[in-house]
Design a protein around this ligand. Structure first.
Ligand code: SAH
Length: 352
């Protein structure tokens, strides 16, 4: 319990911090590992049977160990993709998407309730940012999903609602929690973090020595167009962003992925593909580059149109003919699709 009488967010604590808590409560420090492992499996404190009963009771009195609650769930009949709407302790909603790949199960998680970044094509940002997610709430999306589905999640992508680098400290703590061997033990190499281009965050991340994959949402090749689509570009323009990306690679030797959402008639022409290839080759000279192409998911409140399959195939071809690796993102769960953020909007009554 803290000085305000509020319970501690125990699932946001690292094992070393749990050790300290155990010591303060007169328990041996090896209890910390037991607690941490139980928490990562979603076991409530009262049911941590290897702990003495009295200790469980006093721990439950000072600690909060809640998980996000499954409010709604859509299961794809095509490929088993599952989209979750989770309800948090304060009545807010977030979304996560469970995807099955040959190399394992991946969960796409949210990092904030809403988003402050204002991208013109995105549903998650329509009502602005409500609050950051706690480390325990990012972790909780994975634990609640594993419990619900009964399968292990082996990879995480931070591409749900929110801008991870706008919630920097909580995200870094989450990454350490999710990677810890006594907990979920998800390897950093199986974790991707996507940003719209918060440059100071990219610079800090480069110093953390976490070998995760960084994805950059680029979506346009000129500042004029990118600023119109992504207000963040007015603060950190393409030159600043790509310079930071090159520095990130020099520091970490981790290949960066560039996300490019195709908006029909806006940014999906062959000229743009050529300009994208030369822009990336110029800034990332001699470095491995990868581009992920995705056709926009149409959002009711937004005017952008999804092009046909041919348009994305052509775009990819131009990139590869200029020596830039591109993957057209496979569309999982197309029968339950709806752009990210739409379930939450409906639940909040924002969509009518
Ligand atoms: N804030 C982070 C992560 C969340 S968005 C970021 O911007 O990277 C995850 C990805 O989905 C981003 O590349 C984002 O630009 C893209 N995206 C958002 N709305 C979309 C839509 N309607 N259709 C296709 N992609 C979209």
């Amino acid at each position: 319990m803290d000085e305000n009488g509020k319970k501690m967010d125990v699932m946001s604590l690292l094992p070393s911090e749990l050790e300290e808590l155990c010591r303060e409560m007169g328990q041996p420090s090896y209890r910390a590992k037991q607690i941490f492992t139980f928490l990562s499996r979603g076991v409530p404190i009262e049911e941590m049977t290897t702990l003495p009963k009295d200790f469980r009771r006093s721990l439950a009195n000072v600690c909060e160990d809640r998980l996000p609650r499954v409010e709604e769930k859509q299961v794809s009949a095509l490929d088993g993709t599952v989209k979750y709407l989770f309800r948090l302790f304060d009545g807010e909603y977030i979304e996560s998407v469970f995807m099955r790949y040959e190399h394992g199960n991946t969960l796409c998680i949210s990092s904030e309730v809403g988003c402050p970044m204002g991208c013109a094509f995105c549903a998650s940002t329509l009502g602005g940012k409500v609050r950051p997610l706690l480390p325990s709430e990012m972790l909780g999306q994975i634990i609640a999903t594993e419990r619900d589905i009964g399968e292990r999640v082996s990879g995480v992508v931070m591409m749900g609602i929110g801008e991870p680098l706008d919630n920097y400290d909580n995200v870094i703590r989450f990454l350490k929690l999710v990677n810890h061997k006594d907990g979920l033990g998800i390897g950093y190499r199986h974790i991707s973090l996507s940003t719209c281009g918060v440059v100071p965050g990219i610079k800090r991340l480069a110093e953390e020595e976490l070998p995760i994959t960084l994805s950059i949402s680029l979506h346009a090749v000129t500042d004029e167009k990118r600023s119109a689509l992504m207000p963040v570009n007015r603060k950190w323009n393409i030159d600043t962003l790509l310079t930071a990306c090159a520095d990130y690679y020099r520091k970490t030797s981790r290949r960066i992925s560039f996300e490019y959402t195709l908006l029909a008639g806006e940014n999906d022409g062959e000229d743009e593909a050529r300009a994208l290839a030369s822009l990336l080759k110029r800034y990332m000279r001699g470095m491995p580059i990868h581009v992920n192409l995705i056709r926009v998911n149409e959002v009711k409140e937004r005017a952008f149109v999804r092009g046909d399959a041919e348009s994305v195939r052509r775009f990819a071809e131009v990139l590869s003919s200029h020596g830039v690796n591109a993957t057209v993102r496979r569309r999982l769960g197309s029968d339950i699709d709806g752009a990210c953020g739409q379930l939450r909007r409906r639940a909040k009554g924002g969509e009518r």
